[in-house]
Design a protein around this ligand. Structure first.
Ligand SMILES: Nc1ncnc2c1ncn2[C@@H]1O[C@H](COP(=O)(O)OP(=O)(O)OP(=O)(O)O)[C@@H](O)[C@H]1O
Ligand SMILES: [Mg+2]
Length: 269
């Protein structure tokens, strides 16, 4: 029997914004540790809210959520130490002439106590992380001069360069072209296979990572489905969440979800 606490344990979790919007309602689920989890659901379904609540950036109205056994309401400082977070919209001030290397190194330096000097090991880890996303040659480039997709890859590299048993990435592929998306997925998959790490990734389109993830959590303000990617690919369920045009297709024994979000259902009539 495993003595390790679950990666995430949510019990009757509800989260309300100050304007009264109930973004999450009665959310209960458990995800065991050592996983690559995709969090999916339509716009406004509460995916980002869930990640922010795990990090203690938002407080539950009701219920609780724990990360590796730590309650997000009380132990958020411990959780932030354990988690490497890539937010949906980066907060980097683009008028500050930071170089790519400064951004990637931030993944290691921000969790150190001041004074935050980078060591040779920090540089090596940062370079290796940039290599994983295929952007070695941009080490000395000013970050604001990068394309949207390159910036996303650098932010993923920042998380890869860091330490801590949990990575949380909120739509890391948004705004990235197909090549950049593939690089991000491959980098995460490779890193996951080589390291003892949990990855939680919010995504609009499950299809590119369908074969990579171990678990899927499908949200629509509350939990609509949780389990193995193929196990939650139920036609009634995806129609309920994504609307009547959603489809399930089967390819080589795997089920894929075709939704308006994945951009495919608009072209196949
Ligand atoms: N700061 C805020 N103040 C008030 N309401 C908010 C705030 N942030 C989000 N919401 C609301 O909470 C709900 C869930 O939002 P959330 O950002 O978690 O959804 P999401 O699933 O991440 O959506 P997307 O796919 O667009 O990123 C939405 O109805 C949204 O309008
Ligand atoms: Mg979001």
């Amino acid at each position: 029997m495993s003595t390790q606490p679950p990666l995430i344990e949510a019990e009757n979790l509800s989260v309300k914004y100050s304007n009264g919007d109930l973004a999450l309602e009665d959310v209960t689920f458990t995800i065991d540790s050592s996983t690559f989890l995709a969090v999916i659901g339509p716009n406004g379904s509460g995916k980002s809210t869930l990640l922010k609540t795990m990090l203690g950036l938002l407080k539950p109205n009701e219920g609780s959520i724990k990360v590796l056994g730590y309650d997000a309401k009380r132990a958020y400082k411990t959780i932030r130490h354990l988690v490497r977070y890539v937010p949906q919209r980066d907060q980097i001030e683009h008028t500050v002439p930071m170089k790519v290397k400064d951004i990637v190194l931030m993944g290691r330096l921000l969790k150190k106590p001041p004074p935050r000097f980078s060591t040779t090991k920090d540089s090596e880890c940062a370079k290796a992380a940039l290599h994983r996303v295929g952007l070695d040659e941009l080490w000395n480039q000013p970050f604001p001069e990068l394309s949207g997709g390159q910036r996303q890859r650098v932010l993923v590299a920042r998380a890869l360069a860091g330490e801590g048993p949990v990575m949380m990435l909120d739509e890391p592929m948004s705004g990235a072209d197909h090549d950049s998306q593939v690089r991000i997925v491959e980098a995460l998959q490779e890193y996951y296979n080589e390291n003892q790490v949990n990855i939680i990734m919010v995504t609009h389109d499950l299809n590119p990572i369908h074969m990579v993830v171990k678990d899927v959590l499908m949200l629509n303000r509350t939990v609509m489905g949780v389990g193995h990617p193929c196990a939650i690919m139920d036609l009634d369920l995806v129609k309920q969440v994504y609307g009547p045009t959603a489809k399930i297709v089967e390819l080589d024994g795997h089920k894929y979800c075709i939704t308006h979000d994945s951009g495919i259902d608009r072209h196949d009539h």
